[in-house]
Design a protein. Sequence first.
Length: 211
Amino acid sequence: MFQIDLVTDILCPWCILGQHRLDKVLAERFPDLAVDIRHHPFLLMPDCPPEGYSIARMLRERYGVTDPAQAWARPEGEARLSGLALDLSVQPNAYPSQAAHSLIRHARAHGTQHALAVAITNAYFLEARNIGDAEVLADLAEPHGFTREDAIAIACDPAELRRTEAEAQQAVQAGVRGVPHFVFGGRVALNGGRAEDDLAAAIERALTLAA
């Protein structure tokens, strides 16, 4: 089984593109490769308030961007190149992602970790859902092996949220400075919004090294 470690945050537009491109590359170029995609949390806005925070305001305050469309043009254009219809104006707010990451961690025991990560990310970006809300997360988690009660319990458990924050900090301490961050076969790392060819080449290199 070929292991792929993927560090992401649900709030990151390059991460939805990274997940999409990874799935596309695996399906189109490595259809016979058995893979184990392991998700790890990263927190771009660890102090995001429960009610959410305006992305336009965040871009203005952090980066001096007064026209969000300018900041969104590149990831939206890259997404179109890979067949992903990404319109970042659909989702106006950032929401805390600790609870979502906690559920993604528990999904590994159900064998649905990657599928749930994709479902939550798509719900956030494509459907403008509040992925900080336990009820929304329960809706998304139920088809992926969770009872509604268990999903809500995990999403609302302070100990689970603290564990997620600790794991995100471990990623930073390990040198992850931006997301998405890929590690293929435990040997080949890539960071950032990479092209499909870059992902494919990294997989090929890791498979060669493993052989």
